[in-house]
Design a protein around this ligand. Structure first.
Ligand code: ADP
Ligand code: ASP
Ligand code: MG
Length: 422
């Protein structure tokens, strides 16, 4: 039996018909190596953004079911065009949407999780010698409702297919040459990583390195799928390999720096300091499927029996959050709500920071030296995040990238120590 390779091409890689023809060449090249190939594609260029814009012009609050019906059409266009491009270049190919494949998800619109992938139809096509071109980002529920996996979700479609079909590797082709120590479009001196562990990549993706969808990394880790991020436009480069190695570059405490501008901070002031207050507030948010990232409860003002609770959420969840706060106001007796939507979350990530004291202190000192005020802090074993003002984000990332020796001139020395890739 041949090995299966899953190739995923993002929006910029299929932005126009010439680029789609170019992608077809990359697919044929992989097939010529003797592999069965499944290709997952995103919508062309900025199609998804354009569809979102149109929906907002029609309604301030479009229903999430109709949003999924609308957004899933973008990927439908690119799969058909890529299958045609492959056929035109003499390669047997067939396009399939999520319903045709059976990419089954939970019944949640706009951020559904994949629960199962049927493999029989895909296998039938592969057995006929065809390349199967699958629509990323979309799924279907048991009762044939169309869902989507969240922005950037095509990466997750690709990895989940690779897991279900026991593929040898999943290659994520994009517009940069791999995973870098920070976004190379923001910091031109960012260094490309030869390898990175699932754990570090997962943290980086969660804190804003949008080169990979976090759930794609989670799924790759769960099913042990070797994952590569590589360039559509430089096919000969192997990019970055994401795999289960724990001890890479541990001589460096920090592997990457990321910023995330998608959140805002809500401060609920003068909440009664009673048992159950946080439970009422956060249960209300959870019931509406609102994810809360950082939470800080201030030291209680004993005389008044009150304190403040601050938390961060996605900007898109603000209206729903304010509605919930209005509903619990009488019960929690808070004085007012303060919303700060000009924030950025700046994070440093690295398995090498475990048991290495002083990393947080270095981060805070670096920000202080730049005159940047920290509004919130959170940590995990291999990550430290700070909320700062949005307009200070770039300066913070550049400063931290430098202080932790991640600039490419410094990393070049380190690269010599890394094992060669096959
Ligand atoms: P695609 O359309 O191929 O899915 P994305 O725009 O989703 O592409 O992801 C690629 C982009 O991710 C790059 O253009 C880059 O600006 C951004 N990015 C953010 N952080 C990183 C990082 N650490 N390494 C590489 N790229 C990053
Ligand atoms: N087209 C979707 C988006 O723009 C999914 C993806 O590109 O991964 O978010
Ligand atoms: Mg993407």
């Amino acid at each position: 039996m041949k090995d299966i390779i899953v190739q995923k091409f993002g929006g910029t890689s299929v932005a126009d018909t010439d680029k789609i023809k170019n992608v077809a060449k990359a697919v044929i090249r992989e097939r010529a190596l003797g592999n069965d190939v499944i290709v997952v594609v995103s919508a062309m260029g900025h199609t998804t953004d354009y569809l979102v814009k149109m929906a907002k012009e029609i309604s301030e609050t479009p229903s999430s079911r109709e949003m999924d019906m609308l957004l899933s059409t973008g990927e439908g266009v690119s799969i058909a065009l890529l299958a045609m491009a492959l056929q035109a270049q003499g390669c047997p190919a067939v396009s399939m949407n999520a319903m045709q494949v059976g990419i089954m998800t939970e019944k949640v619109h706009s951020k559904a999780r994949i629960v199962d992938i049927k493999t029989d139809k895909i296998r039938q096509h592969l057995d006929k010698g065809e390349v199967v071109v699958v629509a990323g980002f979309q799924g279907v529920t048991e009762d044939f409702e169309i869902t989507t996996l969240g922005r950037g979700g095509s990466d997750t479609s690709a990895v989940a297919l690779a897991g279900a079909l026991k593929a040898k590797r999943c290659d994520i082709y994009t517009d940069v040459e791999g995973v870098y120590t920070t976004d190379p479009r923001v910091v031109p001196t960012a260094s490309r990583l030869e390898e990175i562990s699932y754990e570090e990549m997962l943290e980086l993706a969660r804190v804003g390195a949008n080169v990979l969808h976090p759930r794609a990394v989670e799924t790759a880790k769960q099913y042990n799928v070797p994952l590569r991020v590589r360039s559509t436009f430089k096919l000969e480069n192997l990019g970055t390999l994401i795999l289960g190695v724990e001890d890479m570059e541990l001589h460096k405490p920090v592997t990457g720096v990321a910023s995330d501008l998608s959140q805002l901070r809500v401060v609920v002031c003068d909440v009664k300091d009673n048992p159950g207050t946080a439970a009422v507030l956060f249960n209300g948010l959870a019931e509406q499927n609102i994810s809360v990232d950082m939470i800080i409860q201030s030291y209680a003002r004993k005389a008044l029996n009150t304190n403040d609770i601050a938390f961060t959420i996605d900007k898109g969840d603000l209206d729903k959050t304010l509605d919930i706060l209005e509903k619990v106001k009488a019960e929690l007796e808070f004085s007012n709500v303060f919303v700060d939507d000009k924030i950025a979350k700046i994070s440093i990530v690295g398995a090498g920071m475990i048991d290495r004291p002083g990393i947080a202190a270095t981060m805070f000192k670096t920000l202080a030296d730049l005159g940047i005020n920290i509004k919130m802090i959170s940590t995990s074993e291999i990550k430290i995040s700070c909320i700062v003002a949005e307009d200070e984000a770039k300066q913070a990332v550049i400063g931290l990238h430098k202080i932790f020796h991640l600039d490419c001139d410094e990393i070049a020395e380190v690269k010599g120590d890394l094992p060669d890739l096959d």
